[in-house]
Ligand binder design. Structure first.
Ligand code: 1GP
Length: 262
């Protein structure tokens, strides 16, 4: 039966619960800021990804994100997600850069709108193209505004972002408030993977003061000090990606997870 022609009753039955979102909210409520590890399915074998994800979880991270701005191989992505799922108990959440970022085995997907792109494809078109696959696989979609700050590295380049100037916190706050009015329950402030600079405390605070939802901050977070500043400024989730490419990330990541939790 086509997804577009089922009865209303069938559609109600198939609607996924917001389990992952609820879990994240509960963790944030009880522990303060939580840390999530980001793995890029393009640069890693499934076995290696599973091993790293288990180490990330042991360090105290509460979610594993899988995605990448240039990830195009969906078979590879699904293999990575499935293998990670078998090795961790934390939610595995897709962090897509395009329609190719959908994989059936994940617990949920950040259904992201790159609000400050100047290409409508990254605001609504890719989302429309990917929506039926998300429904077909019964994935939990978490509506999220993805805001690129500064040049945003690969995400900024691929997503044709008109980066929010890092020294203009009020612009980020305006976008975040618009996201809230659109019903987006998550906002991700992204400085870019491996960025030299990070999202400033002033910008995180400005968004926190106006946005009533879950606030994620990522890009260039590599030390407990960086993570703690983001947490104190109002981040609910800090994302660490590039650091996980180091062979021995455990002590630093454990310190980051401790530094952000209450
Ligand atoms: C990138 O914000 C994430 O999308 C993580 O950034 O790779 O710099 O940790 P890093």
């Amino acid at each position: 039966m086509s997804l577009l022609t089922g009865s209303t009753r069938d559609r109600r039955v198939r609607h996924p619960l917001r389990q992952t979102e609820s879990k994240l909210r509960e963790l944030i409520k009880s522990q303060g800021t939580i840390c999530a590890g980001l793995l890029d399915s393009e640069n890693i074998s499934p076995t290696e990804a599973a091993r790293i994800a288990a180490r990330v979880e042991n360090c105290g991270a509460k979610a594993i994100l899988v995605g990448g701005s240039t990830a195009v191989d969906q078979i590879e992505l699904e293999n990575v997600v499935r293998t990670i799922k078998a090795s961790v108990t934390s939610p595995v959440i897709l962090f897509p850069g395009n329609v190719t970022g959908v994989a059936p085995s994940a617990d949920a997907i950040f259904f992201s709108c790159l609000m400050n792109s100047d290409n409508p494809y990254f605001i609504t078109e890719a989302q429309a193209l990917g929506a039926l696959a998300i429904k077909k696989h019964n994935l939990e979609a978490i509506p999220m505004a993805y805001l690129i700050v500064g040049d945003g590295g690969a995400a900024g380049f691929v997503g044709r972002a008109k980066g929010i100037p890092p020294n203009k916190p009020s612009l980020a706050a305006m976008y975040a408030l618009a996201a809230e009015y659109f019903g987006m329950r998550f906002v991700y402030l992204e400085a870019g993977s491996g960025a030299d600079g990070r999202v400033s405390q002033q910008m995180i605070s400005a968004v926190r003061n106006i946005y009533n939802g879950t606030l994620i901050v990522g890009g260039g977070i590599t030390s407990p000090e960086n993570a703690s500043l983001a947490s104190k400024s109002g981040a609910d989730i800090v994302v660490v990606g590039t650091m996980l490419e180091n062979r021995d990330f455990e002590s630093e990541l454990t310190a980051i997870c401790k530094a952000v939790s209450r």
